[in-house]
Design a protein around this ligand. Structure first.
Ligand SMILES: *Cc1c(COP(=O)(O)O)cnc(C)c1O
Length: 698
């Protein structure tokens, strides 16, 4: 149950950190007190950047570093845009001595004063990832050493460079970087500390934070009195301070506020322009004494302008059409890739996996599914018809695409145009395809006992005739098993006969000099119930989606994961008195006071109308609730008397997990007295489809 308070401490603190960055760049107390100004800008404000680094590290590790590529890509994009945004100012100020200088700054110091953060976090993240491979202790130790080197070039510079070799070393460093506060010396430690995500209880964290902040203030004022600081971004006590602060925030972080994240990023990027705008307009209007000389007013003007401008930009951003507005399918691509791996491992080495993605990949979305599998190194796909094959090619799917069903001969030019391989369903089909005079690739279907498609295995003459036809390039021969899911003796016997007929025919073909090419006969149940077959392909459909067709057992179960979840929302909740009825035909009658939730999914989305009468349930707040009444076209009714906290907008799970409860597709199919294949392939196309990929440990 999600009754937690809506606290997004990490994201909320981003805004505070943002204000600190602006403080750092505007010195609000400068016209009042140099000491307090030093404390505010050179001490307190120094926690902002380490905080951003720690949150990045924290989330990167939460994803097992899998999102590092995506993270870096996004940063590069933001960095590029920011560099462009400040290019006019840099050009106006003749900031670059030439293209080499520009490139050098781009890679090290960020081209504009606040932009140093981007190259630093990019380099830091790559470095931290590499360090983290060495184990938690060694990586932290090395990061601490790098930080110490950075410290020597920052606030301890005057002390450290009393030694000549060190002075030379820092001289070398400063030829490359302007400061040691960068991706090499500063960023790795804070990224890794964030990654550790250590938290103590609230009291210890708050106490530790106060003490370490005091210590950092003492350290900074001491260094200031010695006059040894070259720069003042790094202190010995800063990491300690950050660990307590982060621990405090982690203790109260329960949810996310992506809007705040975007806002703070925009404020970060835009505020230097706002400083210039405030100063420019103050001069223009003759208000220098207000908005330039008064540092506090200056700061507030910059802050408000930055926030206002960022809000405006966010508001102008086109709203993404949220894919989860009413009822939707969620497709877990990581589970799909996992299943493909498991299935391949179950096949003998010479057998490859052919992914059956017909009927919109059994309702999972043929294009995202095929793209994901292509990335996972699968290069053979099967579809039911021409349009499905063309759709895959248009989406950039390469390799073999086999059309398992009938294609009218008139469409032969399209087969050739899209390099699709056609199944030959009988002798007449073969002749008609050949007669088009267009060279196409085909696989011969053999009928070994299903009596659906294919040339009968007994008809050797027909097989020879097909081989003699012009224009058909026969790349393969296959058959389909119709009893492989039946583990009873008669089923196994029938399957064995089909296999024998298939292999005998293949042997005969080879002896008479007809090359069968790639051979294949197993579908999912052939993989689960038969010993490994020495074929070129196994055509997996339902197994790829991580479910069985029904609840019967198989000989060789594999560790597959369901790929699809089906969800909808609570539209409204209402109370019925005992005796009142609800829904079409008043099919539901409340025998006690009952709370009814109306869920936004119906038979137009693929659920059978009498599912409630067959025991259908949905998950709400992690609990099973019974469907009642008759399913409507766009809605269904659920008895939620047990869930007093249910609210409109809450998510209902029809297939999938919610908390520790799960409704599997097999269960739903059993209620409907059908197989999951039918249920899923019939899901309505009004359901939006959202794919996601949560990396997990294998
Ligand atoms: C649909 C189909 C498959 C895939 O079947 P699953 O049981 O879903 O694995 C394989 N071969 C042919 C000929 C099919 O029609």
């Amino acid at each position: 149950m999600k009754i937690e308070k809506n606290t997004a401490a990490l994201d909320l603190f981003r805004l505070a950190a943002m204000v600190l960055v602006i403080i750092n760049h505007t010195s609000p107390l400068a016209s009042y007190s140099t000491v307090w100004d030093f404390w505010l800008t050179r001490i307190l404000a120094r926690i902002a950047v380490p905080f951003f680094l720690m949150t990045s590290g924290y989330f990167l590790v939460k994803n097992n570093w899998h999102s590092l590529g995506h993270f870096i890509k996004k940063l590069c994009l933001l960095y590029g845009l920011s560099v462009l945004l400040y290019l006019p100012l840099n050009l106006y100020n003749k900031h670059f001595t030439g293209p080499v200088d520009f490139l050098h700054q781009l890679l090290t110091d960020g081209t504009f004063y606040h932009l140093w953060y981007f190259p630093a976090v990019i380099l830091g993240a790559i470095l931290a990832r590499q360090l983290s491979r060495l184990g938690p202790r060694l990586s932290l130790l090395l990061a601490v050493l790098l930080y110490l080197v950075g410290l020597g070039g920052d606030s301890y510079y005057g002390l450290v460079t009393q030694s000549l070799p060190l002075k030379t070393m820092y001289h070398g460093i400063f030829l490359v970087f302007d400061y040691t506060r960068n991706g090499l010396f500063l960023a790795p430690l804070f990224l890794l500390l964030g990654a550790v995500g250590r938290h103590w209880n609230r009291r210890i964290s708050a106490f530790g934070l106060c003490i370490s902040l005091l210590a950092m203030s003492a350290e900074a004022f001491w260094l200031r009195s010695l006059g040894v600081q070259r720069h003042s971004a790094m202190y010995l006590t800063l990491p300690l301070c950050m660990m307590f602060l982060f621990s405090l925030l982690l203790n109260s972080n329960r949810s996310e506020a992506p809007e705040l994240r975007r806002l703070s990023t925009l404020v970060y990027i835009l505020h230097p322009w706002c400083i210039i705008l405030v100063r420019g307009s103050a001069s223009f209007l003759g208000w220098e004494h207000l908005f330039i000389q008064n540092s506090l007013l200056h700061f507030f003007a910059v802050l408000l302008l930055s926030l206002g401008l960022s809000r405006l930009l966010l508001a102008l951003r086109p709203l993404p059409q949220h894919p989860s507005n009413r009822a939707w399918r969620e497709v877990d691509l990581e589970a799909l890739a996992h299943n493909a791996r498991i299935l391949r491992r179950a096949l003998p080495p010479e057998s490859r996996l052919m992914a059956v993605v017909k009927a919109d990949a059994y309702g999972h979305g043929a294009i995202p599914v095929a793209r994901c599998l292509q990335k996972a190194d699968i290069h053979a796909f099967a579809v039911a018809c021409l349009t499905e094959g063309i759709a895959l090619r248009r989406a950039g799917i390469r390799g073999l695409i086999l059309i398992l069903g009938y294609t009218p001969p008139a469409a032969v030019p399209l087969l050739a145009r899209w390099r699709l391989t056609q199944a030959v369903v009988d002798l007449d089909h073969a002749k008609a395809l050949s007669a088009c005079g267009c060279r196409i690739h085909v696989h011969l279907a053999l009928d070994t006992g299903m009596h659906r498609l294919g040339l009968p295995v007994e008809d050797k003459e027909a097989i020879s005739t097909v081989y003699a036809l012009p224009h058909l390039v026969i790349d393969g021969v296959f058959s389909h098993l119709c009893m492989a899911d039946n583990t009873a003796e008669e089923g196994q016997h029938y399957t064995q006969n089909q296999l024998t007929a298939f292999y005998d025919t293949i042997d005969w073909m080879r002896t008479v000099g007809l090359d069968p090419g790639h051979i294949h006969i197993q579908a999912s149940y052939g993989i689960w119930n038969l010993p490994p077959q020495h074929c070129s392909y196994a055509r997996a459909g339902i197994a790829l989606y991580g479910i069985y067709s029904d609840t019967a057992t198989v000989h060789r179960p594999l560790e597959l994961q369901p790929v699809l979840s089906l969800r909808a929302r609570v539209a409204t909740v209402r109370t019925l008195h005992a005796g009142e009825c609800a829904g079409y035909g008043l099919a539901f009658q409340a025998f006690r006071q009952t709370r009814l939730a109306i869920i936004t999914i119906g038979y137009a989305d693929g659920l059978p109308r009498d599912l409630p009468q067959r025991g259908g349930e949905v998950l709400l707040h992690g609990r099973r609730c019974p469907m009642v009444g008759k399913i409507c076209m766009d809605q269904l009714l659920v008895d939620v008397t047990e869930l007093p906290k249910l609210q409109p907008g809450d998510i209902a799970t029809i297939i999938g997990r919610d908390g520790c409860c799960e409704i599997r597709a097999e269960e739903l199919a059993e209620h409907c007295e059908t197989i999951t294949n039918e249920l899923l392939s019939r899901l309505g196309n009004r359901l939006t489809l959202s794919t996601y990929s949560l990396p997990r440990n294998h």
